[in-house]
Design a protein around this ligand. Sequence first.
Ligand code: UT7
Length: 336
Amino acid sequence: MYNSKITGLGHYVPENVVTNDDLSKVMDTNDAWIQERTGIKERRHVVKGDGDTTTTMGVKAAKIAIERAGIDKDDIDFIVFATLSPDYYFPGPGVLVQRDLGIKTVGALDVRNQCSGFVYAISVADQYIKSGMYKNVLVIGSELHSHGLDMSTRGRGVSVIFGDGAGAAILSRAEDTDTGILSTHLHSEGQHAEELSLIAPGMGKRWVTDIIEENDPNDESYFPYMNGQFVFKNAVVRFSEVIMEGLQANNLEVSDIDMLVPHQANLRISQFIQKKFKLNDDQVFNNIMKYGNTTAASIPIALTEAWEQGKVKKGDLVVLAAFGSGFTWGSVVIKW
Ligand code: UT7
């Protein structure tokens, strides 16, 4: 059996910085509330019409990851793209990346697991490499939230949290078994599907024609909904469980963690986990302050920044963990 290794990382965020004060000009919110509840100071929003989409941001991040992996785009055997904000309802962005990168007709898979999307995508890529089917898999997490948020006071409980951006990783076959992805663990609990959801347009309840027909100015079904406190309570439990599950599967302990890169959902969640596991500040990476919650992009953006800052080094035990809509959650344990 082969081993799989992250050999290249890249990220891209749009230039446009939106501060908490900027948001307070369009809705009833304030910097103190947002920072106190979430830790977020600012986030990036794509300016409408400037050409960036979930796909183009993903491609920009991918180009950096490909270069850093020291491979050619034509060495990529497969694409896995995680997002909840695709350019089109269908087809998904995977094929658009294949087109935009100008690579041969490799397979392209779209992953729809929201905040856990990147962890799920890494798990898929890892299995393909370990089975011997592929040598180099491009994994992307990218989100363009800002065009789909309710930027009025009605939507403030959700809209202040989410930001735009993309991250990418190249997973490559490694001959040595000492380093690389040690394990991935994935979970779901569909019982709570609607607690963090975007219901319309969908074939289940409301399609576009229903929305147009009803033309209801109070319609909220096409904006994301989050039962914040319920999600928060589940998140802290599931994050803890799945990190422990990953460690135990490898006969490791919390004290073995060199760097935990949690999905950037809320700084309070990361701090809760840090405290619970008695990790010091150098063992947990957070950048939600700068980017908000970028769902499937948050882990690859954070992992890339941690690596760029020299905080993820050869031999380190790195743990990725995510929780989000579905509910879905998962962890990845890596010997770097
Ligand atoms: O990434 C996927 C996973 N997502 C998460 O893990 C997110 C989990 N949840 C959370 O992070 C938090 O629940 C939130 C940050 C979303 C909300 O924080 P909270 O402490 O749970 O606040 P809340 O929703 O209970 O709202 C408290 C108050 C309410 O006012 P009243 O009813 O007490 O008068 C809200 O209307 O804060 C109000 N509020 C706001 N005020 C100013 C809600 N949003 C805002 C806002 N600015 N943006």
